[in-house]
Design a protein around this ligand. Structure first.
Ligand code: PMP
Ligand code: GLN
Length: 393
């Protein structure tokens, strides 16, 4: 893991402090210590066979050359259909949808295409790590508003104060990684009002849109006046449990998507063709698939949260995503990084210190994130190991 204190040779100044992601670092530690890996958020089972079969069929049918820059029409049509069916949103597949290499590229292309040096981007902390890096690569400056308390609320006055004459974008994530927070309608209305008043574009990362257990997923683009200023991002990695395929998308007004597409053109030009065929098939799956996915993951949430509570942790049960957060002070912990570095050897479990997702590290020092997108027996084994650690202390 690289912290802002380490200087990495050769690395450009704007990327100092971003050396190795916490996810790679913690997965490497899990492999080295043979621990149960509840750090990096990737499922340990495959997604639906219809989806993988369609990708395999596409390879065999010879769909192996560059797809169009914006993505295969079959996938753009499927994305338009999916957003209309699940979210009541209407997008023109030709002008308002862009297929990307994962949500990560959609985020990077949006930041690079829409902002630059001298501009400011507001986001909430803790933030998903590629936000800070993407903003840094664009040359813009980030301004963070801290989510506080057990339900990770923001102070509307603090948010308002974060806007300046240089604010170009607000980068939102709901359901929110790492906290599992699902932004409520009144919170989204506050954000929307300020962005409309200040003529700011919203980039909203909704990769966990099908993983909401309590309350509803409300795309901010569906609030009055927001459709024309919002880029909505999602990802097949999170919807279909194929995180290694790296197919994501951005939907929004044609002129904003055109700017994102220009940046994407020179990042990767186009994204994996056969996978696009697979994802297109998946997006047409029936409601039972999406309901089952949510129900299964909710069961895993409850299973892991019960295990964490039994092991003595105060658990902040997430309303969405596949991550649960604990307060380590409940078992005598102080610093999340120290705790997570010691945990594999103390208990044989890997988790992620939430504090690395903050500018204001003190605000997240006591928080640690566990992923529950794993087989039940893996979650049970982690819980058993954590309980053993508690009993031994
Ligand atoms: N945004 C969030 C909030 C995430 O948790 C992740 C990790 N899956 C991504 C974006 C990146 O998605 P992808 O793997 O599709 O690039
Ligand atoms: N999104 C995943 C997580 O939060 C990890 C993705 C990555 O490794 N970059 O755990």
């Amino acid at each position: 893991m690289t912290t802002s204190a380490d200087r990495v040779p050769y690395l450009a100044d704007r990327l100092q402090g971003f050396g190795t992601t916490i996810f790679s670092a913690m997965t490497a530690l899990a492999v080295e210590t043979d621990a149960v890996n509840l750090g990096q958020g990737f499922p340990d089972t495959d997604g639906p066979a219809v989806v993988s079969d369609a990708a395999i069929a596409a390879i065999r049918a010879g769909h192996n050359q560059y797809p169009p820059l914006a993505g295969l029409p079959v996938l753009r049509n499927a994305i338009a259909h999916h957003r209309a069916r699940h979210r009541g949103q209407q997008f023109d597949p030709d002008r308002e949808i862009l297929v990307t290499t994962g949500a990560t590229e959609a985020l990077a292309a949006a930041l690079l295409g829409l902002t630059g040096p001298g501009d400011e981007v507001i986001t909430f902390e803790p933030y998903y790590d590629s936000y800070a890096a993407g903003i840094a690569m664009s040359g813009a400056t980030r301004r963070v508003v801290t989510l506080r308390g057990v339900d990770f609320r923001f102070d509307p006055d603090e948010l308002e104060a974060a806007f300046t004459s240089r604010t170009r974008l607000l980068l939102l994530n709901s359901p929110h990684n790492p906290t599992g927070k699902v932004f409520r309608r009144d919170e989204l209305e506050t954000i929307a009002r300020l962005c409309m008043e200040r003529d700011v574009v919203v980039i909203t990362d909704e990769v966990y849109e099908h993983l909401v257990y309590d309350g509803d997923h409300i795309p901010i683009a569906t609030l009055p006046g927001m459709e024309e200023r919002t880029v909505t991002i999602s990802s097949a990695g999170k919807i279909f449990s194929f995180t290694g395929w790296k197919i994501g998308w951005a939907c929004g007004p044609a002129d904003i998507i055109a700017a994102v597409r220009t940046a994407k053109q020179f990042l990767t030009y186009t994204s994996g063709g056969p996978w696009q065929h697979g994802v297109a098939a998946g997006l047409h799956l029936g409601d039972d698939f999406f309901a089952d996915y949510t129900r299964t993951m909710k069961g895993k949430r409850d299973r892991l949260c019960a295990g964490l509570a039994a092991a003595g942790f105060d658990v902040m049960v997430p309303a969405g995503t596949y991550f649960a957060t604990v307060d380590i002070r409940s078992i005598g912990g102080v610093d999340g990084i120290e705790f997570c570095m010691a945990l594999p050897r103390a208990a044989g479990v890997v988790a992620v210190p939430t504090q690395v997702f903050y500018d204001n590290e003190d605000a997240g020092r006591h928080l640690v994130r566990f992923a529950f997108c794993k087989r039940d027996e893996v979650l049970d084994e982690a819980a058993r190991r954590l309980l053993t650690m508690k009993e031994a202390s």
